[in-house]
Design a protein around this ligand. Structure first.
Ligand SMILES: [Zn+2]
Length: 477
């Protein structure tokens, strides 16, 4: 397998590739929910000199300055204003998403089943649900807490395995290996404890049919106690929560040659992290921000996995509102003038060819690990890529020394989609859909390659720095 690594080293040494991949792995291991993703981005952005804005405030945006704003604590938009920026100039944008398919705790989650204390969960997005069986699970997310007269958003994560969705023994289901298709309502109900152990330790559940007296009564007392202890609050102060289940096994670099990422949520934390790093690195001291006529912007949205139709999703007015606020100038049409000068790089993970299912890929379009970032095409506009946007991206790739691969699905295969077509249609902005190649997409534990992180950051950084000059040479409106 010398050839693929040789490809990877074209854009960096193995040490540089591993170093970038390790930082990404650290990031993923702190980000078990979209709320944790936004919090981690906030920490990185603040350290890089970005100031936090509130949507509800009046903004005073200045050239050469850097800002970010969040919505619902699960979507974040960060931007660096070019030194030459004037309203009506363009936006150089990378978009990605903060959410991943997962199980989420139901509003009334207290379930006693055959002497087990279980937790009712909803299936969020299109996960490969059988991969959630026999994993050591925990919960992470946000809790709304009453603090005197105030209602506060608090992050929570239990750092140990507390839940499990057990498989049924093969002895009791002889066709397990032929057609295991769990029922999402009845078979995917994680076990938290036995009822008898909970009783021994003094936990009492509301009796069946009994009305809950407070929010905490709607959930297993063992779970409520764990959360309250973690947060240092009383059960009556727990107003509500949004909790994602997550694997406790940390992401890691794997493979005999340390070339793979074995990690949850590669889709789409890899793009989110690399977009953030690309922006931070491009707007640092040597990042050419002072001579940039554009605003460099990343938008990391929640709810992509369920169609983006939410207040914090890519289908909301959020992006247009922010771009309009940044385009207020002496003419009424500054925003409309900015759109044709702008560009959206819609970044989401791509399907690498699979060694054991290679027939699922179209013969001529088989992206491989290490062979570069994938451009996604779809004539039916499931991806927003056009010949114009691809030409611009190819020029960025050349300047960044990052290889690119082409992907289109087979005509007899379903095709995923991204925030690309949604934003492209809403804003009328030139867009290219791209992403890093990976396997096991939407499994609880996915598989990618280390070189993707290094390549993505290099590509986004160069894009932020070079797009305005490339645009000036594009002769197509
Ligand atoms: Zn995705």
């Amino acid at each position: 397998m010398a050839a693929p690594m040789a490809q990877a080293t074209a854009a960096g040494t193995k040490e540089a590739i591993l170093s970038a991949a390790r930082k990404f792995v650290d990031f993923v291991n702190k980000c078990q929910s979209p709320f944790h993703v936004v919090e981690e981005c906030r920490t990185i952005l603040r350290a890089a000199g970005f100031s936090e804005l509130r949507e509800a405030d009046q903004w005073d945006i200045k050239p050469n300055n850097k800002y970010f704003v969040t919505r619902n604590q699960s979507t974040v938009v960060a931007f660096a204003v070019g030194g030459q920026y004037k309203p009506g100039n363009g936006f150089t944008i990378v978009g990605a998403h903060t959410d991943s398919p997962c199980l989420k705790v139901k509003p009334l989650s207290n379930k006693l089943k055959s002497g087990y204390q279980c937790v009712g969960v909803e299936c969020y997005g299109g996960g490969i649900w059988h991969t959630w069986f026999d994993r050591d699970l925990t919960v992470a997310g946000r809790v709304m807490v009453k603090n005197a007269d105030k209602i506060e958003h608090r992050l929570v994560r239990i750092d140990r395995p507390i839940l499990r969705v057990p498989n049924i023994a093969i002895h009791l289901m002889r066709d397990h290996n032929d057609k295991f298709g769990p029922n999402k309502e009845t078979n995917i109900v994680p076990v938290l404890s036995t009822a008898v152990q909970a009783q021994l330790e003094g936990y009492t559940s509301a009796k069946e049919g009994e009305e809950p007296k407070c929010q905490a009564d709607k959930h297993p007392p063992v779970l409520v106690t764990l959360l309250c202890k973690e947060l240092g609050i009383q059960p009556q102060d727990l107003l509500d929560f949004e909790l994602c289940l997550a694997d406790t096994q940390p992401a890691t670099i794997g493979g005999a040659l340390e070339e793979f990422l074995f990690s949850p949520r590669l889709d789409n934390l890899l793009s989110s992290y690399c977009a953030l790093q690309g922006l931070v690195e491009s707007s640092g001291d040597n990042g050419s921000l002072t001579s940039d006529p554009n605003i460099r912007l990343i938008a990391l949205y929640d709810n992509e996995e369920v169609g983006s139709e939410s207040a914090q999703g890519a289908a909301s007015m959020l992006t247009e509102h922010i771009l309009r606020r940044l385009s207020v100038g002496d003419r009424a049409t500054c925003f409309e003038e900015a759109i044709p000068k702008s560009f959206l790089l819609s970044a989401d993970q791509a399907h690498a060819v699979h060694p054991n299912y290679s027939e699922k890929h179209e013969d001529n379009h088989r992206p491989m690990l290490h062979k570069g970032i994938v451009i996604k095409f779809n004539a039916n506009q499931r991806y927003a890529t056009t010949a114009v946007s691809t030409s611009i991206l190819r020029e960025v790739g050349t300047r960044a020394n990052v290889p690119l691969q082409d992907f289109v699905v087979r005509n007899d295969s379903p095709c995923g989609s991204t925030i690309g077509p949604i934003l492209s249609a809403k804003l009328g902005m030139k867009t290219v859909d791209i992403g890093a190649p990976q396997l096991s997409m939407h499994s609880i534990r996915e598989m990618g390659c280390t070189s993707s992180v290094h390549q993505s950051i290099a590509l986004y950084k160069t894009y932020f720095q070079e797009y305005p000059s490339i645009y000036n040479n594009v002769n197509v409106e």
